[in-house]
Design a protein around this ligand. Sequence first.
Ligand code: CA
Length: 224
Amino acid sequence: MHVLLVEDDLALGAALAQGLDQAGWRTVWVRRLKEAREFLKEGQGLGTLLLDLGLPDGEGLRLLHELRGQGDNMPVLVLSAQNDLDTRLRALREGADDYLVKPFAFTELIARLQAVARRSSGFASSRWQVGSLCIDTHARKVSVDNLPVSLSPSEFVLLLELVRKAGKVINREYLVDYLRCGSFNALEVHVHNLRSKLGSRWVRTVRGVGYLLSGGAEPSAGSA
Ligand code: CA
């Protein structure tokens, strides 16, 4: 899972970025709204936003307001030393998914981060199904036609991303970056392995563009 951490405090930001990385969250840490906006513009892979409110170039809530105004539903967890009811309510009204008051225990941050990411990722529960393909995101289990399928972590992440954006073409550049696999060739290997494990009908190639989850329809007789 990816996190964009927006925190101007050097010591806190560095500690959080390191801790999050160690806890398995791929973390990008920025210290200004301007940098956060730049990342959000390009970085479709940044799953959850951890947002400080008092930033050198403005209020964190402005960024939240902009995001929600653009219809962006990315999970947002506000981290702030401001503990007054007014600010907390304002953050929630602007569309924050949760609000954590500094100082906080790192374990609580992780617990809330997981909850927020899970709730907001489009998986109301941890189970997801398309046709005979079932995914339990919590237990990290996948099955097709009730038969368990064992996926590598990269294949699992790839499948989840395809499922999350089912029906839409996800471009190759984005997936290479998202999986941090380095090249189109490496991505093709993951796709190939995923297909050989799930069956070829789930992942469709859009030549020169990317991939999409096809919903598992069998190709009709006679089609290429
Ligand atoms: Ca601050």
